[in-house]
Design a protein around this ligand. Sequence first.
Ligand SMILES: [Zn+2]
Length: 312
Amino acid sequence: MHTLIKEILAIAIRFSGIPFLIREVFCRNKVTILIYHDPQPDIFEKHLKYLSKHYNFIALDELVNALHNGDWSNIPPKSLVITIDDGHAGNYNLLPIFKAHKLIPTIYLCSQIVNTNRGLWFKVDGIRERRGKKNRELFKRIPNRERLARLKKEYDFHPQKEFSDRQALNRHELIEMGLYVDFQAHTQFHPILTTCTDSECQQEIEGGKRDLEASLDVTCSHFCYPNGDYTEREINIVKECGYKSARTSDCGWNDVATHPYKLKAMDITNDASINQLVAQMSGAFQYLKYALEGSFNGTHPTIVMDEKDGKQ
Ligand SMILES: [Zn+2]
C-alpha cells in the first residue's frame, strides 16, 4: 500500500476513537503482546516513548505464570509485552533503549542462524517477487522438503550456507544483551512447521531449545511459531519439549482464559509512524487482511501440508 494512503488511513483509525476505546475499555484488563522484527533504533525509541505513557511493560514470564496459575491479580491494567522475532543483527542497537525504558523484551532466536553468517530463507535476494509472483508466499505453502530443494535449485540457497554479511546477532552481542533480554526459541532454521514432516517438526522445536540452552546457558521456556503457523501437532510437540508457552501471530489480546500455547499478538511494521503504531495495535489492518484472506475470526490462516506429503 502506498505510504501516504497508509498514513491517512492510520490517522483516520487513530482519531476515530476506536483505538482509545480498545485500550482504555475493552483491553484494560488484557495483556497486549507486540511483534517486532528489525526496527530502526530511532523509530523504536519513538514507539517506546508513546507506549510507556499508555501501557505498563511486563515480561513474558509474568503473563505466562498468570495463565498457568489462573491468577490475574498481579497483572497490572494495560499490560504490554514486547517480543522481537528472528534475532536480527540490528536488534543489538536497541539495547540502550531497552535499558532506558527498564523493559525486558523477549527475543525469539533461530538457534542455528544466530552466531553464524547463515541467512533466513525468506530474505534471500529476489525471493519476495519473481516474474510478478509472490514467490516467498508460494514457498511457505509447499512441503518443507520441496521448499528446500527449490531454494537450492532456484536461489542457490541452503540452510547451512554462510554469507559475507552477517544477518543475525552474534555470540558477543547475545551475551552482552543477555542481562536485559529474555532470549527464547523460534526453531533452528525457521521452516514453516505445518509443512514439515513429524520428525522435521520435532527436530526444529526440540533442537531450538536444546541449542539455545547449551550455547547461552539460559532456560528456554517459551516458543514462537515461525510465520505464526501451527496446528494441534505443533502445540503437542511444544508442550512435550517442556516449553511453558508459545506465541502465535493470531491477532488479538490475552486474558486469563487465553491458551498458553496460543498467545495472541499484534504485528508492528518496522517503519510504523506513531499513527500507524496506534492503528496496528487496534487490530484494524490485521483484521482487514484476515477478512481479505477469508478468515474472519482474527486467526492467522495457517498453512497445512496435504496429509499424503506430510507423513514419512
Ligand atoms: Zn520469524
